[in-house]
Design a protein around this ligand. Structure first.
Ligand code: ZN
Length: 129
């Protein structure tokens, strides 16, 4: 219920006739905007790390680290969904992100630590990670 003609930035102490403090709607919309910017910043970081992970000029360890970070960001953004249980043995354990190929940073499988220990040597043997 804004009063017309009043500068938006002006603040007055709440008067008892107005029922004390009113939470200005402006604040909540600003908060939402901050949240959107935060999401956007994550997307920007995701894109940058995806680029780094694909960059042949960079050392391997930098690319793998970027790929892992990109996957973590993608999960935070809801692009990758963490299942309730291990993709292989279906146990409800703490899950880890397994990369099959760091050239595909978002191609991951959620595995428990035991299955991850089986999966990693398979990738190494294939000579791609
Ligand atoms: Zn498992």
């Amino acid at each position: 219920m804004g009063l017309p003609g009043r500068p938006p930035m002006e603040w007055e102490p709440p008067s008892p006739s107005e029922g004390g403090f009113r939470v200005p709607t402006r604040v909540t919309s600003e908060m939402k905007k901050g949240r959107r910017n935060y999401q956007h910043a994550k997307f920007t970081r995701l894109r940058r790390h995806l680029e780094i992970s694909q960059d042949d000029e960079r050392p391997r360890r930098v690319r793998t680290r970027a790929a892992r970070y990109a996957a973590a960001l993608a999960e935070q953004l809801g692009l990758l969904i963490r299942p309730k249980c291990c993709a292989w043995c279906r146990r409800r354990q703490r899950l880890e992100r397994h990369h099959w190929d760091y050239d595909e940073p978002l191609n991951i499988t959620f595995l428990c630590a035991d299955c991850h220990a089986i999966a990693d040597p398979m990738v190494w043997k294939a000579g791609i990670a």
